[in-house]
Design a protein around this ligand. Sequence first.
Ligand code: IVH
Length: 670
Amino acid sequence: MTVRGAQGKKRAEELRAQIDDANHRYYILDDPAITDAEFDAMLRELIDLETAHPELRTPDSPTQRVGATPSERFAPFEHSQPMLSLANAFDEDELRAFDERVRKLAAVPVSYVCELKIDGLAIALDYRDGVLVRGGTRGDGRVGEEITPNLRTIPTIPLRLPVTLSLSKGRNLLEVRGEVYLRKSDFEKLNARREREGLPVFANPRNAASGGVRQLDPKLTAQRRLSFFAYAVAQGPPLKTQSEALEYLRAAGFAVNDHIEMPDDIAGVIAYCRRWEAARDTLDYEIDGVVVKVDDLALQEKLGAVSREPRWAVAYKFKPREARTKLRDITITVGRTGTLNPNAVLDPVQIGGVTVKSATLHNAEYIASNDIRIGDTVLVTRAGDVIPRVVGPVLSERTGKERRFKMPGACPVCGSAVDHPPAEAMARCTNASCPAQVFERVRHFASRGAMDIEGLGDVLADQLTGSGIVHDIADIYALDAEQLASVPRMGEKTISKLLEAIDGSKSRGLARVLTGLGIRFVGEQTAAILAGDFGTIDAIAKASEDELQRSEGIGTEVGSSVRLFFDQAANRSMIERLRRAGVVMAGARRERGGGPLGGKTFVLTGTLPTLSRDEAGALIEARGGKVSGSVSRKTDYVVAGDEAGSKLAKARDLGIPVLDEEGFRRLLEE
Ligand code: IVH
């Protein structure tokens, strides 16, 4: 059925309003409410509608321009030639259709360059006489925002080019275009810091990058640790091909992506797209597709552009890793340190091949500032290694029946008062003996990364803390067979095995005890550093904040948290009880440099059962080893978890030992 007359006009108007709103949220507010795929679908529908019914096209239709109006915070940046957008291909047939179109128009053999489509934001840089003079965002493609001081803070943007480099004849001008982005690892660190500081967290690296370059104070841009890949020469010396342009950029000192290839034909292009769609998680930056470009620049010119899109390039878009679903409820769990953590209960939804039923909502401030309500249709993302996150509500789906969420005033587990200092992001249960907190502390203490007490898992920890047999971690060492016999389903054999495991845990060493204590900000890495530097728990307990901060990677935050822990009489007496029970709390001090894993290179891939990538990396580094992002012959071990992709395959190809988490932990013990 075709849409016609008044109906078509109404639909076009509707689409225009929605697209304008989406553009505004994406470019100006850095706060998108719909997925890229949804945006593309709306735009495509509008283009189709206007093509079929040209009388519906209006001069202000979003199809007539490339993006959104630049914000008024910055001076306008006029582009020497429009910064175009790209037509999308969503599957292999559309890639083949692109190839056929190109070859028909070209009437000569065509070669393509395949580049990764970096998920950041496009910028243009002007160099005059080899010096960076001006840089700006894409904006609407004709006029962007001038953000030169901010761009100067990005280390991978050269401020000066090598003198030997040839520039544009006559005017000595070079205009470079490329993508500003944020590494996933830097994104995780940025969000972790913002969460600690009670600031709103970013939904994805792209938003953080986009907000980062558009700061009014360049110092704030610098703090984001942005990166840049150059991918085009818009004005400059005479060049014949895109591949030559990329080489020129590399020689000029720009970061050019390493994974550029020139397949022989469209089948090779398709293979490249497939390969990178499967391997995207192995990169430390987000890619959302592949850009396929005609290599010959004269041919590019000949092919030209239609409305907003060049005919010589296409963007192959990966399947989206964002989805919409219903937010059914918000539940609270109480963490080890008493934090009240809000979790989203979602209608199950498939995102990038994984069924997502719950997602993090961070804290009350995040929920309020993003106006997330129970009953909302929400946007959920699962980017790379990052846990699923609710991005925000889809406002157009609001019915009015949604409910605002309120943090409970009392702990949902023990009923004690909740404390929420205005400067902190997290609300906390004030009762240190709250069963939920005690449970989390006992569970953490007995876990594999800490004291590794086999048999003391979630169920038993819950029974022991719930029944009041165990009030704190030192109580674990006071357990006897008689007490344990009163716990349901504990037979004689289980009891004796457990008591043996508890006894065995006493000699795990200082670093494990420190980890197990669950001091805020002291994970396995920090614990290993402190244990290595101080040697005994008493030395740590006595150290001033200043002394603690002399250890590598320990700042004011960790220092004051460690002090706070040992300043509490209850904690000191608990440590005394651990000592009397025979728990070893001293170990050899580490000699600087070297270490048991000295000279060994590791690659981490996939999701490990209990360790995050950062934690596993820290454990390796604390023992003198190195972590690398890619597998090569120089790799000594690959540590692989669930959903390990191409790195695992490559390790197998090269015959490099592959460890699971258990094997990895055994190696660390050796
Ligand atoms: S070329 C006319 N190459 O994708 C072609 N773009 O809509 C201009 N992007 O806004 C773009 N990686 O920000 C090109 N290797 C790459 C890219 C890339 C990411 C972005 C760019 C642009 C969007 C395409």
